[in-house]
Design a protein around this ligand. Structure first.
Ligand SMILES: [Zn+2]
Ligand SMILES: [Zn+2]
Length: 122
């Protein structure tokens, strides 16, 4: 929201007094915009931490899929590195990419909730 506010300010055209008035209004709401941005970042991180704490999930057919622990093993879809012990929702330890999904042994995919929350994964 802060970025949007600054972008609007940069695009303002018109007489100097209108620009000054708009800049004053923008400065008045800037603390609220920063606060809302901070709340958004906190909630996103909270959801990531919650997802990374999951030890298992279910596929659309209802099969239990273990996400972390000694029996969990993952192959990175970006670099093909195979690793275990880490969460299936987490980053590949080799290339640091986040998988968009994990696969159930039945063949169906399960969307990774972390993928949409991480900026560099898109
Ligand atoms: Zn990788
Ligand atoms: Zn399944």
């Amino acid at each position: 929201m802060t970025g949007w506010l600054l972008l609007c300010l940069a695009r303002v055209r018109g007489p100097w007094w209108a620009q000054l008035l708009l800049a004053t209004c923008a400065l008045a709401v800037a603390p609220m915009a920063l606060f809302l941005d901070a709340v958004g970042v906190f909630l996103r991180e909270w959801r990531i931490v919650g997802a990374l704490g999951q030890t298992e999930t279910r596929c659309p057919r209802g099969h239990m899929v273990v996400l972390s622990g000694p029996s969990a093993a993952w192959t990175c879809s970006s670099c093909a590195y195979t690793y275990g012990g880490a969460s299936g929702w987490g980053r590949c330890p080799r290339c640091r990419s986040v998988a968009a999904y994990v696969s159930c042994p039945c063949g169906l995919s399960i969307d990774n909730p972390v993928f949409e929350l991480v900026d560099d994964a898109r």
